[in-house]
Design a protein around this ligand. Structure first.
Ligand code: DC
Length: 220
């Protein structure tokens, strides 16, 4: 069987990365968390005091950003930043940074390069619409904003970060807005994507829904 691509898109907190990891293990797929790549650019911008609203400054910085991804470990210019890219500070600036065209061009190229010759599941916002419009299976995950905020708060807690529900909910709604109204590759369900609502599904149920789709559509 030829290599295949599973595109898993959806808004922040819809469960993409948790589900993608489980499904990748089950079908022995390479998992690529594309959000983490945008987070690395955001981290670089923050750490180097670059004004993230200055598109030219961010674009100029791209040549100094070298990413290496080994499984779920993310290296930015040689440093393991896997934890640093998940902080609320990075989360706050990643949406505007990821709306910059030059950033998207660089990362989309890299995502295609990394996926070459492999069976891959990628999670993101534009995988089924832009990165791999011919993906073998496209899933669009959704969940209510309140449920997504609840998951993020739990997620932060498990990392020892305390953020209150209302702040997280507000951040999620802001990111949804920026991600889905930006000019470049907005968050949008591809016409041929299958929508799965995880609001009332636990992790096992959600990942089973995706596993069943892979078996049905690809035969993995
Ligand atoms: O999935 P995440 O929360 O780690 O994503 C972080 C940000 O990156 C999110 O606000 C939108 C952006 N992103 C994107 O624009 N395109 C992708 N393929 C993945 C993420």
């Amino acid at each position: 069987m030829k290599n295949y691509i599973v595109a898993l898109d959806g808004p922040a907190g819809s469960g993409k990365s948790t589900i993608a990891k489980i499904v990748a293990k089950e079908f022995k797929l390479t998992y690529l968390d594309t959000g983490a790549m945008y987070r690395m650019v955001a981290l670089y911008v923050l750490e180097n005091s670059i004004d993230y609203t200055d598109e030219t400054a961010v674009e100029n910085a791209l040549k100094n950003i070298h990413m290496n991804i080994i499984g779920e470990q993310f290296f930015l210019n040689g440093e393991d930043v896997s934890l640093k890219i998940r902080t609320p500070e990075v989360t706050k600036v990643v949406s505007p940074v990821s709306a910059i065209k030059a950033v998207r061009v660089k990362l989309v190229d890299l995502q295609r390069e990394i996926s070459k010759g492999k069976n891959v599941i990628l999670d993101g916002r534009d995988i089924g619409t832009v990165v791999f419009p011919n993906a073998d299976l496209k899933v669009f995950l959704i969940a209510s904003a309140e449920e997504r905020a609840k998951r993020r708060v739990n997620d932060y807690q498990s990392k020892g970060i305390n953020e209150d529900f209302n702040t997280v909910l507000k951040g999620i709604l802001e990111r949804d807005h920026i991600d889905s109204t930006r000019k470049e590759s907005p968050l949008k369900k591809a016409n041929d994507a299958i929508e799965v609502d995880t609001s009332f599904l636990n992790i096992q149920e959600s990942s089973k829904a995706i596993s069943d789709l892979i078996k049905e559509k690809i035969g993995g």
